[in-house]
Design a protein around this ligand. Sequence first.
Ligand code: NAD
Ligand code: ZN
Length: 361
Amino acid sequence: MKVIKVNLKERSYDIIVGHNLLALSGRYLSSLKIGNSAYIITNSLIKIKYGNILERSLRKHGIASRFKLIPDSEKSKSLSIASSVIRDLARYDNRKKVFVIAFGGGVAGDLAGFVSSIYKRGVPYVQIPTTLLAQVDSSIGGKTAVDLAEAKNLAGSFYQPKMVLSDVKLLSSLNKRQIGAGLAEVIKYGIIRDKNLFSYLEKNMPKILALKRGALEYIVYACGKIKADIVSKDEREKKGMRTILNFGHTAAHAIEAACGYGKYNHGEAVGLGMLVASGISDKIGLLKPGMPARIEKIIKTAGLPTKISNVPLTKIISAHYRDKKFIGSKNRFVLLRDIGRTKILCDVPLALIKKEIKARF
Ligand SMILES: NC(=O)c1ccc[n+]([C@@H]2O[C@H](COP(=O)([O-])OP(=O)(O)OC[C@H]3O[C@@H](n4cnc5c(N)ncnc54)[C@H](O)[C@@H]3O)[C@@H](O)[C@H]2O)c1
Ligand SMILES: [Zn+2]
């Protein structure tokens, strides 16, 4: 078991990474002294698989619980579901000291965080992430949100959890595509910040794909440390440090939007987006020779697509121009000099962007 500290003064918290932590969740959560009634937001699949272990451990440590089941879909990140969850929580919270547990992937995490941030102007919540993506990314940093018809994640808040419990044993029931979705972000952390992590991925991808305990603990801890460090320095994305976390995401958002959400999951689009960004970095002479090939190889070995199919290039380009990450009318790319060294560039020529996206067809 390893602990990472997110340093945010009075909002500081620990990320605990280990194997079989869920069975000890009651002990960890009771030590926080945030309440004796847990309102667990999850979906039925996760409740069936793991609900008993969580409930039993909480009970053993004097914490009562109630499960609130939400649909297993991005559609759960909506104002209408948030409102029904809040009303249900209000009915449960009758003279109790209640706190919320976000138990699931990024969908449960984002919704539960959002609900916790606005119910009674904020009640404590903890994250127990159950997907690789949620363990390395969405459970850390306090970004909560629901989607609006106009765009994804448009209504939200910054609201930090009191603890993140990342039990890698829970990842054993994920399928290959769900693992790939998280691995794209893991590769991203290696590329933007950590040469050792990148080399580890080059050497150990088969162990990760086989969901070996040691390999999963290594990557979840390494990524958690990087995200915790960036968030500690730039909690609200005001100083530009969180921007590097968007490496690969400019083109990824355009690919997701152009293809319709669902054809490529977010991680697959990020894999393609990282190839576009490394291609641009290479063409403008920023990136060390040999690097684009290494990056492409690691994305391939993770089982992520390296080619785009069945969508017109023009659709991706127009989606790119609608992206909210544009500053004024300028595009903004996180580019690379080397593994671990990024550079943010505005106004990358459209012809170059087109060329690099085209290279992915
Ligand atoms: N807040 C942030 O900083 C942040 C960062 C990145 C992504 N996100 C958000 O995260 C969401 C995506 O998260 P996700 O990829 O975890 O998706 P998800 O929550 O939909 O989970 C993916 C699928 O895996 C299933 N699942 C979860 N845990 C499982 C387990 N242990 N075993 C078997 N199946 C399991 C879920 O039921 C679901 O069908 C998006 O809404 C995205 O906007 C938020
Ligand atoms: Zn992402």
